[in-house]
Structure formats: structure tokens, C-alpha cells
Design a protein around this ligand. Structure first.
Ligand SMILES: Nc1ncnc2c1ncn2[C@@H]1O[C@H](COP(=O)(O)OP(=O)(O)OP(=O)(O)O)[C@@H](O)[C@H]1O
Ligand SMILES: [Mg+2]
Length: 244
């Protein structure tokens, strides 16, 4: 199914202050693949993810989602396909109540009210967040905000999921729930995280970014056991692989 393919061709990105955050990123993710993106602080992971739906546009190179080349014209259509959970939930939640935030995407897709209610209920149920539905998002705890941000993306039923540090602030049980949710999502997904145990558990493939470039791309089972490569990138073996 070509509409679930993500392709970055030689993507470079410079922030307005001159910081070159991506320097020729190249990869292709096919339908159903689950890919982790790892690397040190400042390596370019969040910048890369924000290119998945045109929150940021490449300074040079191209991003293709399914059959669509990312341009200012196709960006709207691409946003219907790619659901992004941002690193900071405050960038995602802006409505007066949790219900309104989770309903925002489906309403924008033009769904009728009954369907929207169903979607919101199902998405909040997935993250065990039904009790939060009437609360203002800015009154939620950090982990609750994260869960609602995930629900707001799941409610869109995206073809492709991109998540930036999805497990940050989640308590261990909510983290486990997220891992189960990610495993049941059968379409393509790309997850940036320092939680290497989560990546090992959920992603069969892993891309290592350093200083805006891909320095390794391969099977998580190999990359996440390569102590030298991990250490060069300020990372450590997943806890589950560390011997006491
Ligand atoms: N708005 C911005 N303006 C200028 N430079 C930026 C901006 N946002 C990020 N950067 C820079 O771009 C580079 C990549 O940042 P990015 O946020 O993509 O890193 P990251 O890999 O997600 O790091 P972390 O693990 O800390 O989340 C860094 O050098 C950062 O300082
Ligand atoms: Mg980041």
C-alpha cells in the first residue's frame, strides 16, 4: 500500500537563526514498518519528525508521503494521513476541554457529531483518559497531557503515526498501555525516543541521527546491542539488556 510509504530524500533544514539541524537525511519507510529514531540531545530528531507533515518544510531535498510530495499545496492532505504527537503536549492541546481537543481533528475531517463522539470516546478509552474529558487541558498533569495528546492523534485514525518522546512523563502502567497501543497500530509508525527499551519493544528498525545526519539504519536488535555506536551517540544499552 503505497499510501503508507514515507520517503526522505536528501532532506536538509536550516532554522531561521542559521542552525543547520538536518544535513541530507535519507531513508524510506514502507507500509507497516515500525521505526525508531534515536540520537543525542540536539541531534535533529524532533526537527526530522516535524517534516513528516510539513510543520517544517525542507530547506532542500524532498519528503514524500504515499503518493504525495510534501509542498505547501499538499500539506493539508498530508496532515490527514500523518498523525504527529509532538514532543511538548502544550503545542498540541489548545481547546477549552479535553473532549474538544480530541474532537478537533475528526470535526475538521467533516465527520458528523455522533461519529465524532464515538471517536473521542474510543480514543480516550485507549489511553484510559475517559475521566479527563471535561477538564481544561492546561489543568492536567504532564503525563495526563501526554495521554490526551496521544488520544487526539489516534482519534484521527491516521495512516501513519509519528511520535516524539511519547512515553515521557507517563507512569509505568501508562507507558505499558502505550506500548500495547503502538503494537496494535498496524500501519507505519516512526517513534523518536530516548526510551530505548520502548524502541526495542516496538520498533523492528532503528535509525540513529547524529548532528543532522543518519549515521546508522538497521535492525533494532543489532543497533540497540551495539554498545560502541550507542555510546558515540550519548546513548546506553536498553536497561533490559544491561547485566547487573
Ligand atoms: N526553533 C529553533 N531555532 C533554532 N534552532 C533550533 C530550533 N529548534 C531546534 N533547534 C536546533 O536544532 C538542532 C536539532 O534540534 P532538535 O530539537 O531536532 O533535536 P532533538 O534530537 O529532538 O533533541 P532532544 O533529544 O533534546 O529532543 C539543535 O541544535 C537545536 O538547538
Ligand atoms: Mg526532540
Amino acid at each position: 500500500m503505497s499510501h503508507h510509504i514515507v520517503e526522505f530524500k536528501n532532506v536538509s533544514f536550516r532554522y531561521p537563526d542559521g542552525t543547520e539541524a538536518l544535513k541530507g537525511i535519507h531513508f524510506r519507510i514502507i507500509h507497516g514498518e515500525s521505526v525508531g529514531v534515536i540520537g543525542a540531545n540536539g541531534a535533529g530528531k524532533s526537527t526530522l519528525l516535524q517534516h513528516m507533515n510539513g510543520c517544517l518544510m525542507p530547506t532542500s531535498g524532498s519528503v514524500t508521503i504515499g503518493d504525495l510530495l510534501l509542498t505547501l499545496k499538499t500539506r493539508r492532505e498530508i496532515r490527514r494521513k500523518v498523525g504527529i504527537v509532538f514532543e511538548n503536549p502544550d503545542d498540541q492541546l489548545f481547546m477549552p476541554t479535553v473532549f474538544d481537543d480530541v474532537a478537533f481533528g475528526p470535526l475538521n475531517l467533516g465527520m458528523d457529531e455522533a461519529r465524532v463522539r464515538e471517536r473521542v470516546h474510543e480514543a480516550l478509552r485507549m489511553v484510559h483518559g475517559l475521566d479527563l474529558r471535561d477538564k481544561p487541558p492546561h489543568h492536567l498533569s504532564a503525563g495526563q497531557k501526554r495521554a490526551v495528546a496521544i488520544a487526539s492523534v489516534m482519534a484521527m485514525e491516521p495512516d501513519i503515526l509519528a511520535m516524539d518522546e511519547p512515553a515521557a512523563n507517563l507512569d509505568p502502567r501508562s507507558r505499558r498501555l502505550l506500548i500495547m497501543l503502538l503494537k496494535t497500530f498496524s500501519h507505519s509508525k516512526i517513534i523518536a525516543s530516548h526510551d530505548l527499551d520502548l524502541i526495542l519493544d516496538v520498533c523492528e528498525r532503528c535509525i540513529v541521527i547524529r548532528d543532522g545526519k543518519v549515521v546508522a539504519d538497521g535492525r533494532s536488535a543489532e543497533i540497540l546491542t551495539n554498545r560502541g555506536l550507542l555510546e558515540e551517540n550519548n546513548l546506553e544499552l536498553p536497561l533490559s539488556l544491561q547485566t547487573r
